[in-house]
Design a protein. Sequence first.
Length: 57
Amino acid sequence: MKEPLRGIRFRTVPEILQAVDRSILTISITGSAKGILRLPHRWQWVVHNAGDYIEGQ
């Protein structure tokens, strides 16, 4: 979420909030959020396998 906003200077708090809202919307639309939502499941696999390599997961 930070990368698209890097280097942009905002003059007001409402401008910041709008930019963050747009960035979150873009994440939701592009499907990037799906990968983030799958992380807890993947972490459970890592814990279950004591950190061993998990092929194809």
